[in-house]
Write a protein that binds this ligand. Structure first.
Ligand code: CP
Length: 324
């Protein structure tokens, strides 16, 4: 077995992006600054840059995705890379091929980067342990463990709307227990130095060790979002629940659904975020999801710029150097 994969090389240059854990504030800010330069591209006549021309990027998605897979693909194409989309439903994985054999076969096609989504926690780390030197692995969500590019696009969205991180109170609401997104967001928010990270959830949807993550815990939605600057709503991840942890969706909404009336408890300029997919009438009303304080679709758009930043940095190109 190979050792634990290093996310950066000896000069601190990004190689893999598997988890927010272990990164310093200035490294996360470098990703956000690089994404800022890519966020300008949609306004240009020619949206493509040649940074990854000649590179092959493979999207290895073993679990369904709408936002992450398509924005990774678009980001790679805007960087001029060639993209292979590995579709598990029509691949030999369904005939019993192991993850490692699948990897070896796609590696033989000279891929320079794997973007990995898998239902098993640790899958992206496992692949990073086994790829050839020079090949990068980006975690696009593994089990309940981590979703680092989602966290970074969320940080980018917060910075775009709020500027400085340090005075901010941020509430993450809902199914923390099963959420790789929440884990990555909590780490990123604490590294970037926000004033307070709150988790707001029923006891059955919180991990036992939640306080060790550096958060304040609330079991009442209205108290939990009082005076916050940012509210991040989470979906109930029923596909990762082992047993019945909840009453019905209707009862969940009565206690934990974000309505326009409850939103008044937050600061008047608070933004409402959600990584998607949203379940209207379960964790959020349509009035809030489509309302003026919602930045949910902006998160998706910013995901393209953030993923361009991460992919170009992992392939050796640093912020601001966009070529022509
Ligand atoms: N936020 C997110 O990971 O969405 P998808 O599952 O659609 O990629």
């Amino acid at each position: 077995m190979n050792g634990e994969p290093q996310q950066t090389d000896t000069q601190g240059k990004l190689r893999h992006f598997l988890s927010i854990e272990g990164f310093r504030r200035e490294q996360l800010v470098q990703i956000l600054d690089a994404a800022e330069s890519f966020a300008m591209l949609p306004g240009r006549q020619v949206k493509k840059v040649p940074l990854l021309r000649g590179k092959i990027i493979t999207n290895l998605f073993f679990e369904n995705s709408t936002r992450t897979r398509t924005t990774f693909e678009l980001a790679a194409k805007l960087l001029s890379a060639d993209v292979i989309n590995f579709n598990v439903n029509v691949s030999a994985t369904s005939k019993g091929e192991t993850l490692l054999d699948t990897l070896r076969n796609i590696e033989a096609m000279h891929s320079d980067m794997f973007v990995v989504r898998h239902h098993a926690s640790g899958a992206a780390h496992f692949i990073a342990q086994h790829v050839a030197p020079g090949v990068s692995v980006i975690n696009a969500g593994d089990g309940r463990h981590a979703h680092p590019t989602q966290a970074m696009l969320d940080m980018f969205t917060i910075r775009r709307h709020k500027g400085d991180f340090t005075p901010l109170r941020v509430a993450i609401v809902g199914d923390i227990q099963h959420s790789r997104v929440a884990r990555s967001q909590i780490m990123a928010l604490n590294i970037l130095g926000v004033s307070e990270v709150r988790v707001v959830a029923p006891r059955t949807l919180l991990p036992a060790d939640v306080r060790t993550l550096g958060v304040h815990v609330f079991h009442d939605l209205e108290q939990g979002i009082e005076d916050v600057d940012v509210i991040i709503m989470l979906r109930l991840q029923r596909e990762r629940m082992d047993n019945a942890l909840l009453p019905s969706a209707h009862e969940y909404f009565q206690l934990w659904g974000l309505t326009q009336e409850r939103l008044q408890r937050a600061r008047p300029d608070a933004i409402v975020m959600h990584p998607g997919p949203i379940n209207r009438g379960v964790e959020i009303t349509s009035e809030v999801a489509d309302g003026p304080q919602s930045v949910i679709l902006q998160q998706v758009s910013y995901g393209i710029a953030v993923r361009m930043a991460v992919m170009s940095m992992a392939m050796g190109n640093r912020s601001g150097d966009q070529g022509t």
